[in-house]
Design a protein around this ligand. Sequence first.
Ligand code: NAP
Length: 245
Amino acid sequence: MKVYGLIGYPLTHSFSQRYFSEKFSQENIQGCTYQNFSIPSMDEFPVVLTTPGLSGLNVTIPYKEAVIPFLDETDEVVKEIGACNCIRIEDGKKTGYNTDVIGFERSLQSGLQARHDKALVLGTGGAAKAVKWVLKKKGIPFLSVSRRPEPPETLSYADLTPDLIASHRLIINTTPLGMYPLVEECPPIDFNAVESNHFLFDLIYNPETTRFLQYGMDKGATTQNGFDMLIHQAEESWKIWNNLI
Ligand code: NAP
């Protein structure tokens, strides 16, 4: 039996276990199982690694950075951004990858137009690092926005003037603001400056339409939630675990 799984804490609303269990059943993939490993501390990670048949792991909050010292090798993206969300385990060797990057890149592509040539990235956590890596790769200049800004690299939300919002037509929410169950929350930006030529991307997938996306829709902007990104990153993990790329 090949065992795949997810490490993180807490894992009360894990998308991955349901996704992979359904995938195994729908695609008639035999001899595989996907387990949640809810570990309150990375001290328990070595125990997870003793699971018989363990062939691959996804990594979620709060361990995407903390897992790196436990790995034997990492790919270039993990080295550069310092966050890993996918581990291939082969003959005991643990190699780290970041499939959030590919997930975001593929999902962004669906709505991206030439006019979305400058971006605002809200939040500076692990997911923001993956987002910024993709923007750099695509040659889209961006400004980071944080509650604890470090000028000139990072702006505060108060720095986001209507002009700045109007001139940055790609706005990406990488904060958890608006995620279930706190669905009333929203990044504090002036939506009056958002227009129909904007593209608002929210990494949150639950709820489907966050306040952030709804305010964008009200202005006729293009919007995208985090669901496709999630599917793309999961499928990319599957390919990595099975040497399909
Ligand atoms: P994280 O490391 O906790 O970072 C989130 C960042 O958001 C923080 O660094 C912080 O930046 C900002 N933030 C946190 N709480 C805030 C608050 N109350 N008000 C304003 N800003 C706040 O989380 P993450 O791993 O980057 O994930 C962020 C979101 O992306 C989550 O909702 C997660 O579910 C989602 N995500 C989705 C996918 C997908 O496939 N769709 C993949 C990865 C993550 P500052 O301190 O700089 O303000």
